[in-house]
Ligand binder design. Structure first.
Ligand SMILES: [Ca+2]
Ligand SMILES: [Ca+2]
Length: 368
């Protein structure tokens, strides 16, 4: 590891633990859940009749009908924080059919002059609150504007050491996803990345919208299907036609690109789910409004929750000092061998000032 990364150990780890596709699998849950695939509902069985009657607005949003669903894990890939499964009622709301694109985010920046978190130097006074007490302040040069960039390894490596494939790269931001000398030219219809939760909220406020709650996100991802693992049903990700932009091959050193894309894909490259939403699974992780608490679902066990807004406090046992927000849906870096973030119920947690080259967002509006 480069010296500057060693010096940035705590800060870097703080970010890494938060960015998804980075954890060793936890013990699977076996309390009645089955991983046995059932009949595929990917193609014709995905509620095409509801698609025909789907209502869209002029801003590229689709009306998600109100309804009740069971939130939480549906197979033995689910992690502890996805249980217990619990009943949730969600009011109708509008949701972007695709992730916010570079073109959309550029219009926001042009209109407002907004500067993203990754384009500003790290505020040590803020970041140290999220670190173990006594963590020494890094040199100012290491607090320069930067973000996390994925770099594949050249051979198989232990999946426990995330610093092998993530680099804290100065100059990486939404305009330069891979750092200096990279650009988003030609990627106007790709999802914006390297946006923090604060950046996403600022965009929403400008657009007169908001981030989805975690419950809204999962309900929308399910697309009207009941208790299925994926947005398309239960068919295995690798079976049949490509369903989502994920990591194909062997993570993190060989990407076969059999789904067509190594990194981000243009939005709407794969089939929409039953509600007409694209890339709820894969492409980029999507910020939700909610705080993350590992035991949040336990507080909702046996109850019917109406439009839950998330826990009052944040807690991630991996980083007890850090406040975290939820991200959902997985990314182009997710692979079954490591993280199955593209499952409907998979929960990820990220500090709100963290961006990376595989995290973006989409917006919603209440319909009432
Ligand atoms: Ca891919
Ligand atoms: Ca996505």
């Amino acid at each position: 590891m480069p010296v500057y990364l060693q010096n940035m150990k705590y800060y870097f780890l703080l970010l890494l633990i938060a960015i998804g596709c980075q954890q060793a699998p936890k013990q699977p849950q076996t309390d009645g859940h089955s991983c046995t695939p059932t009949q595929s509902r990917f193609s014709s069985a995905v509620n095409t009749t509801s698609q025909e009657s789907t209502e869209f607005n002029e801003e590229g949003m689709v009306l998600i009908p109100a309804g009740t669903f069971f939130m939480g894990g549906d197979d033995d890939q689910a992690w502890r924080d996805e249980y217990p499964k619990h009943e949730v009622v969600v009011d109708s709301f509008w949701m972007d059919v695709h992730e916010v694109t570079n073109a959309q985010f550029a219009a926001f920046v042009e209109a407002t002059g907004y500067v993203t978190t990754a384009e500003k130097a790290v505020d040590w006074e803020e970041i140290k609150k999220e670190l173990p007490p006594g963590t020494p302040k890094p040199d100012d040069s290491q607090l320069a504007p930067a973000s996390l960039v994925f770099v594949p390894t050249d051979k198989p490596v232990s999946l426990r050491d995330v610093s092998q494939w993530w680099q804290w790269r100065q100059g990486a931001n939404w305009r330069q996803p891979e750092g200096p000398y990279s650009s988003i030219a030609g990627k106007e219809n790709h999802p914006v990345v390297h946006v923090s939760w604060f950046d996403a909220v600022a965009y929403c406020e400008w657009a007169g919208k908001r981030l989805p709650t975690e419950a809204e996100w999962e309900y929308a991802s399910r697309g009207g299907l009941k208790d299925t693992v994926y947005a398309w049903g239960n068919e295995d990700l690798r079976s049949g036609k490509s369903k989502a932009n994920t990591w194909e091959g062997a993570f993190p050193y060989r990407n076969d690109e059999s789904d067509g894309f190594y990194a981000t894909a243009p939005v709407q490259s794969y089939q929409a789910n039953g509600y007409g939403l694209y890339d709820m699974a894969g492409n980029v992780w999507e910020w939700c409004n909610d705080l993350y608490h590992e035991d949040y679902y336990k507080t909702l066990a046996g109850k019917t929750s109406h439009n839950p807004q998330g826990p009052e406090t944040s807690y991630d046992p991996n980083e007890p000092y850090a406040l975290k927000r939820v991200t959902r849906g997985g990314s182009f870096l997710c692979h079954d061998s490591y993280c199955s973030g593209y499952r409907n119920s998979m929960r990820m947690k990220t500090t709100p000032d963290s961006g990376s080259m595989h995290t973006g967002f989409r917006t919603v509006m209440s319909a009432l």
